[in-house]
Design a protein around this ligand. Sequence first.
Ligand SMILES: C[S@@+](CC[C@H](N)C(=O)[O-])C[C@H]1O[C@@H](n2cnc3c(N)ncnc32)[C@H](O)[C@@H]1O
Length: 271
Amino acid sequence: MPKQSTAASASSRPGDVLSRDYRLSHVAQGCGAKYIQTFQSGYYAALWEKVERPLVEEIFRSLGGPDRSCLDFACGTGRITSVAARFFGTVVGVDVSEPMLACAAPRDNVRLLLMDITKEPLRDSFDVVSAFRFFLNAEDSLRRQALLAIHEHLVEGGRIVCNIHANASSPAGVASRYLNSVLRRTKYNTISLDQMKELLVDAGFLVEKVIPYGFLPRPGRFAPGLCEALVAPAETVSRALRIPSRFAENFVVVATKPAALPNRLESARFK
Ligand SMILES: C[S@@+](CC[C@H](N)C(=O)[O-])C[C@H]1O[C@@H](n2cnc3c(N)ncnc32)[C@H](O)[C@@H]1O
């Protein structure tokens, strides 16, 4: 498991730096506005517009419907919540950061709540729970608490849809791990697909689907314009050439909360 290092602050790049207490990572004033800027220009903006949002739309289209509900866990400024609102009848977004929630612009079918469902559960259960840009930088104990809370808030057969934005086996992930070993501390966190699958299975989920994306290595602050232009073609070429998923910098996992076995079968299973 990754070592912990300095706590993230409003001045750190959002989502990049591993936190000691991720619950406090986005509570500084101005955090929401700064986070929104991340997706307005450069690599992350292009990745979001051209690759990630269409992918999230495709997943939500297949899982949604007017009579279906979605909980967006750690919804932040509502980036994913607003996509969910177009595909689900009702959507609830929860986050522990007031400055992040203050920047969200919810549609009529969305309720945003400033609360920590790992400590105080909601009374509702949902068909789908999304959790984007959360697990990478949350400390291990919080990752596990969040997965258990998400499991609790799903109906039987419900899905979690979550992502990791620094795949440990991607070129940028390998470079980050090399830098960490040189610096002898975890500056940039990474998670492998196997680590994420293990966390999900430990929390009682069945992994259904993994979708890699973001094959253009993130070049830091280098040539943002060039990156913007190359993100979509790099994706098309990588898919056409069937570049292995381990090279993608991001992945989405869809996992299911299995239906509980009826009591009769449950006791037979342990005979
Ligand atoms: C990097 S942001 C991601 C926001 C959004 N999901 C997105 O993809 O744009 C991570 C968010 O996790 C929130 N967070 C941290 N701990 C949390 C918890 N226990 N419950 C709910 N949200 C939490 C932070 O406040 C922050 O808004």
